[in-house]
Design a binder for this molecule. Structure first.
Ligand SMILES: NC(=O)c1ccc[n+]([C@@H]2O[C@H](COP(=O)([O-])OP(=O)(O)OC[C@H]3O[C@@H](n4cnc5c(N)ncnc54)[C@H](OP(=O)(O)O)[C@@H]3O)[C@@H](O)[C@H]2O)c1
Length: 265
């Protein structure tokens, strides 16, 4: 299925392209004949992906090895990307931490906020002006269904994803009439490296029975087919979360989320 991504411009830039959703975004975008800049820390993985995209789809690629939790990274990404015409920006690099708020270390909290929030806000600020000037372009902000919730045992992560969602919903209104599209993507549990990185092995699964996770390909397809049509999109498994937050007071939602996310001793 084609998604018509070429209409946004010649290049896309995907953060967090070395794994999970970002890697799949890069593949789907290149399959449309759009050149892709790949950003993450693990250079070998990006190099490998870049050559396979060039071989399989005949597109050009650019590898940008960057730690996006560092304050100078936005300017560096911008400098390496140079004068290329950016049509589609996918802000996706992020990580979580599953555990008690009082046990999460301060350096990791700061790293998470810098990556999940600051890099989203500053990269969007860097790249949107040229899209607005050209009157075309698109931004996909990867938030989470947790962005709708207070999220005990995922406190800082949940707050970062609420930030992304609010940021995206707000900027989207400001972009109305400019020709630039913005989609907020709110995945639920998706089968990527995220859960290992987030220390989720200790999570109890007693309240809600285990269900298969979504495949990253399904989430990327949902995003690409919704781009230009919807403002915010979540998969079917996100529906209960979205409904609960609309129908219940936030204190109740926090209690339910706390039960679902609770840790084993
Ligand atoms: N999987 C889920 O269940 C789920 C659910 C809701 C929302 N999400 C959101 O989806 C997005 C993608 O996550 P994923 O599931 O694809 O996880 P993943 O498989 O762990 O991939 C995370 C990506 O982010 C990159 N990254 C991490 N720290 C970075 C840093 N400091 N600088 C630059 N890049 C960095 C990683 O690359 P390097 O390690 O090479 O830097 C990797 O490419 C995240 O924003 C996450 O919050 C995921």
């Amino acid at each position: 299925m084609g998604y018509g991504l070429k209409k946004y411009g010649k290049w896309a830039l995907v953060t967090g392209a070395s794994a999970g959703l970002g890697r799949h975004f890069a593949r789907y975008i290149a399959a449309e004949g759009v050149n892709v800049a790949l950003v993450a820390r693990r250079r070998e993985r990006l190099d490998e992906l870049a050559s396979s995209l060039e071989d399989d789809h005949g597109v050009r690629t650019l590898v940008i090895e960057q730690d996006l939790s560092r304050p100078e990274s936005t300017a560096r990404v911008n400098a390496e990307f140079g004068e290329r015409e950016l049509g589609l920006l996918v802000l996706n690099a992020g990580f979580g931490y599953h555990g008690a708020y009082l046990e999460q270390g301060e350096p990791q909290m700061a790293e998470m906020i810098n990556l999940n929030c600051v890099s989203y806000a500053t990269l969007a600020r860097r790249f949107l002006p040229s899209m607005v000037e050209r009157g075309r372009g698109a931004l996909i902000m990867v938030s989470s269904v947790l962005g709708y919730f207070p999220g005990p045992w995922n406190a800082v992560y949940t707050a970062t994803k609420a930030f992304d969602l609010a940021l995206g919903e707000s900027i989207r209104q400001e972009l109305k009439g400019t020709g630039v599209e913005l989609l907020n993507l709110c995945p639920g549990m998706t089968d990527t490296e995220f859960h290992e990185v987030a220390n989720e092995q200790n999570r109890k699964r007693k309240v809600i029975p285990e269900r298969p996770m979504d495949k990253p390909e399904e989430i990327v397809e949902l995003a690409l087919k919704s781009l230009g049509r919807k403002g915010t999109v979540y998969p079917m498994q996100g529906l209960p979360a979205a409904l609960i937050t609309r129908l219940l007071p936030r204190g109740w939602a926090a209690r339910i989320a706390g039960k679902v996310m609770e840790m084993d001793d």
